[in-house]
Design a protein around this ligand. Structure first.
Ligand code: OOG
Ligand code: NI
Length: 460
């Protein structure tokens, strides 16, 4: 079998993300309503901000706007996580970054499976935020053993999915026909199951230890717990959610609204209460599934990220706010020291930028021989710098989303407990460092424009 018979991994990912979206809209009708609201507000925003439209267009993001989504799942064992790694690799999604959420009282650690190269991100940036339950953080020995025992008895993948994974690895890819079957089989893993695998007493015991433990342990598989469209104006969507009968969480997570958006802002609607049936015919309700939206800004360098973390920590010393307006006001004042113009962000090396030739630069490239200093070329109007979009997640924000959906408030704080080595061992490989990816994108684009201008070949 030759390579050209295989469906590209990017196309398998698109098949997967559109199938997941269709399934989730059927399972959670409010998600469809949220998508409509987001699309409407995106359209209005683009119409009123031509410069934003232009920036998205030049980054190749305009056509992917409606594709832009992430989802999240939670798994219970190392074996489940490592098989998921193999599943996602077939779709061109690789584990990027390590997130420790135990610090925020959520007994999991996580990574995001996502496309890593520029071309794949442009095709479809779909990501899955994937969390592994940390049974070792359950203090009670009996309970920990019981949870492990229940998890050891489930198989979250269909037999056919496992066969196709192995086949893809041996062949080096999947044909279109195999890919369609693979996506259909893998979808079964993320489907909602109304029937719990345990009796109601076990469910309540695990629920009392931590609601998240019950959610991971008591079901046949890791139901997709949300999908997330990308909004260009999260403040407006947050305000308008109640007009379509959606109840948003109290505050928008992440940085404040700024002229130059950074990182990621997120909000969600609170989880649905859904009836589940237990062994022994009893029923109760479970809250697991919700809807979320994200607004993405510029990726920050380690220096920019350290400043973000410092200002965020400072802002969180004040008591938590229950209304978004006050929260945003306090956040804005805490972030007053974070430069908010592209020139400062770039020259102070706080954010990552992509370099392109301007029209004048393209003309110059035909001649070659331009001076080789990037700053000089920018000042001369031959090169322009546009922010690189952040493609990852933020642990404090993620913890806020988890907590708002687990409800109940009473989460215990685990002592700071990051254990990336244990996570990577469960995963079966190291996670990729996000900063390395952004730095490479920036450096490659700089190299390309310099080469085009200085040597006059291959103008881009
Ligand atoms: C994941 C919560 C985190 C995000 O976008 O930061 C998350 C979960 O609830 O499983 O989705
Ligand atoms: Ni999310």
């Amino acid at each position: 079998m030759t390579l050209e018979h295989f469906l590209p991994a990017d196309d398998i990912r698109t098949l997967f993300s559109t199938s997941m979206s269709r399934m989730y809209q059927q399972e959670v009708p409010q998600y469809g309503t949220l998508m409509q609201l987001v699309a409407e507000i995106n359209e209005q925003t683009l119409a009123s901000e031509p410069s934003l439209q232009q920036q998205l267009d030049s980054n190749g993001e305009l056509e992917r706007l409606s594709l832009e989504r992430h989802g999240a799942i939670r798994v219970g064992t190392a074996a489940e996580l490592s098989t998921l790694r193999r599943v996602f690799a077939i779709m061109g999604m690789h584990p990027v970054s390590y997130y420790d959420l135990s610090e925020a009282g959520v007994p999991v650690h996580s990574t995001a499976f996502r496309p890593v190269d520029d071309a794949s991100l442009r095709r479809n940036p779909f990501r899955i935020f994937t969390s592994l339950l940390r049974l070792e953080l359950i203090e009670e020995d009996d309970l920990r053993a019981r949870a492990a025992e229940i998890l050891s008895q489930r198989n979250i993948f269909t037999d056919r999915a496992l066969q196709l994974i192995a086949q893809a690895e041996v062949q080096g890819g999947l044909t279109a026909k195999q890919a369609h079957e693979f996506v259909a089989e893998v979808l079964e893993t993320f489907r909602w199951h109304q029937h719990a695998t345990v009796d109601i007493a076990t469910y309540h015991t695990l629920q009392d230890a931590h609601r998240l433990i019950a959610d991971v342990v008591c079901f046949r598989g890791p139901h997709i717990n949300h999908l997330t469209p990308r909004t260009l104006d999260i403040d407006t969507v947050q305000l308008r959610m109640p007009t379509v009968n959606i109840n948003p969480k109290a505050v928008i997570e992440g940085p404040p609204r700024r002229r130059c958006p950074i990182l990621l802002r997120q909000t969600s609607f609170t989880a649905l209460e859904e009836e589940i049936h237990f062994a022994g015919e009893q029923a109760d309700s479970h809250t697991a599934r919700f809807g979320e939206i994200e607004q993405r800004g510029m990726a920050l360098t380690p220096k920019g990220r350290a400043l973000y973390d410092e200002l965020l920590t400072r802002s969180r010393q004040a008591p938590a706010q229950t209304d978004n307006e006050t929260h945003q006001r306090l956040l804005t004042s805490a972030f007053a020291d974070f430069p908010d113009d592209e020139l400062s962000l770039r020259t102070q090396e706080l954010g990552y930028f992509r370099y392109n030739l301007t029209e004048a630069g393209r003309q110059q490239a035909k001649l070659g021989g331009a001076p080789g200093e990037l700053e000089t070329l920018i000042k001369a109007g031959l090169v322009q710098a546009t922010p690189i979009t952040y493609e990852d997640f933020l642990p404090v924000s993620a913890a806020g989303i988890f907590q708002s959906n687990l409800g109940g408030g009473g989460h215990q704080a685990y002592a700071q407990n990051a254990n990336q080595a244990a996570f990577e061992q469960a995963l079966g490989c190291p996670v990729i460092d996000e900063f390395t990816l952004y730095a490479k994108l920036q450096d490659d684009s700089a190299q390309q424009v310099l080469q085009a201008l200085v040597t006059g070949i291959n103008p881009i």
